[in-house]
Design a protein around this ligand. Structure first.
Ligand SMILES: NC(=O)c1ccc[n+]([C@@H]2O[C@H](COP(=O)([O-])OP(=O)(O)OC[C@H]3O[C@@H](n4cnc5c(N)ncnc54)[C@H](O)[C@@H]3O)[C@@H](O)[C@H]2O)c1
Length: 402
């Protein structure tokens, strides 16, 4: 198979793209050849930064014969339409999380890619992070026995970062369950085996000026007998990054006062149009865009504290690897942290595009994660247990070298 860089076209040059920018600038396995975004300033910046071509519409981008794969980073509610378009043009698809906002849309995306015989990967999500994949390999190696309990929690300023109006409207995919549980549930399912049998949850929408879910707690049961407790609070006071060696989600040192600044910045915004503009202006090509900070090479990205209790030991995920606590005592297993952030996304993309592997984060896997997210919302509303029906198991061992 070819060892040439994968020629990517980008649909949507907003926040998600801005977060992938350090990866695209530094990972030689991909070459960005074309893009489309309705923001002209982002298109101009794309041509200047990558020397690629800004196309005039999603159709023109997907029809470009130079493009092999499309990275879709448009708002969630557009993913289904854009995946179908890319598949119709025979392009491989890397689409951001959450896969979509309904299970029917997920199924349509899977079927469109199957019909066109093109691969589908959902990412980036934080289950790609090196310490998560390392913990999975340690579990697969068998020394710790069965996973019994996973505990995950994350306290952020999610709800007070500048948002588009639909990001504050649950019916249109807003709130922390669609945007953030998509990361956390993917991590927890990956570590606990993937087959969720029951979901019981409470959700919180505590700020009438931001009328969507800002918090949830969920209890999940799995077919292998494991269970998980998962808590997220995006109301912007406490910051769990202080428990992660002071490293932010992106694997960079974080100001412990960051949440206070986020709230203060938002307080100065007059209305939702100004807020949406502020979000766009901070993105690639915008007037407030700040180029990516240099990376601290020994820290991975993370999604808050995660503890995995197995029959014969506990595994604590950190930004640098996994702390193992078992009958022998404590020891630390370093994650293999690539110099390029989110290189794990390109690892998976490369293995699928160039080596013919099946994706770990494929359509059925990611639909199952959305199914659990939707179950959290439904359980929170109805105060009942929800039993998912579309779950799939994690693909067996990632590698055998752990
Ligand atoms: N993995 C991550 O870390 C991460 C982080 C942020 C967002 N996301 C995901 O990325 C997606 C986009 O969210 P965002 O925060 O980047 O939003 P955003 O508003 O910052 O960016 C969306 C971009 O899409 C563009 N766009 C709108 N309509 C378009 C169209 N028809 N064709 C092409 N481009 C179009 C917008 O102009 C904007 O630049 C969401 O699904 C979100 O969950 C992922």
């Amino acid at each position: 198979m070819s060892a040439a860089p994968i020629r990517l076209g980008v649909l949507g040059l907003g926040r998600a793209f801005t977060l992938m920018l350090p990866t695209f600038l530094n990972d030689r396995r991909v070459q960005l050849v074309a893009a489309f975004d309705p923001r002209a300033s982002a298109c101009a910046q794309f041509e200047q930064t990558f020397g690629g071509i800004a196309r005039g519409s999603p159709e023109a981008l997907c029809a470009d014969p130079q493009v092999e794969w499309i990275y879709i980073a448009t708002p969630h509610q557009m993913h289904a339409e854009h995946v179908a378009l890319a598949a119709r043009h025979g392009k491989g698809v890397l689409v951001e999380k959450p896969m979509a906002i309904t299970l029917d849309d997920c199924t349509r995306m899977i079927e469109a890619c199957e019909r066109a015989n093109v691969p589908l990967i959902i990412g980036h999500s934080h289950s790609f992070n090196a310490p998560v994949l390392l913990a999975r390999r340690l579990i697969d190696a068998g020394d710790f026995g069965q996973v019994r309990l996973v505990h995950a929690m994350q306290y952020t300023d999610f709800l007070y970062r500048p948002r588009r109006p639909e990001e504050l409207d649950t019916a249109r995919g807003g709130g922390v369950v669609f945007s953030q549980a998509a990361h956390q549930i993917d991590i927890v399912r990956l570590l606990a085996g993937g087959l969720t049998t029951h979901v019981r949850a409470s959700t919180g929408a505590w700020d009438p000026s931001r009328p969507t879910e800002g918090a949830f707690s969920a209890l999940l049961n799995f077919a292998n007998g494991a269970f998980a407790s998962v808590t997220y609070n995006g109301y912007g006071f406490y910051d769990t990054d202080v428990l992660m060696d002071g490293m932010g989600e992106l694997g960079l040192p974080k100001d412990p006062g960051a949440h206070h600044h986020t709230r203060a910045r938002l307080a100065a915004v007059a209305d939702e149009a100004q807020e949406a503009a502020m979000k766009a202006e901070r993105n690639f090509g915008g007037s407030l865009f700040v180029p990516p900070a240099p990376r601290v090479p020994d820290a991975a990205q993370h999604f808050g504290p995660v503890l995995v209790s197995c029959e014969r030991g506990d595994l604590r995920l950190t930004p640098r690897g996994v702390e193992v606590i078992d009958a022998q005592g404590r020891r630390f297993v370093d994650a293999d942290i690539a110099p390029v952030p989110r290189a794990e996304v390109i690892d998976e993309l490369w293995s699928v595009a160039r080596e013919g592997a099946q994706p770990l984060h494929g359509g059925a896997w990611s639909r199952a994660t959305l199914e659990v997210c939707l179950a959290i919302l439904a359980s929170g509303r109805q105060a009942v247990d929800i039993m998912p029906t579309l779950q799939v198991a994690v693909r067996p061992p990632l590698t055998s070298d752990a």
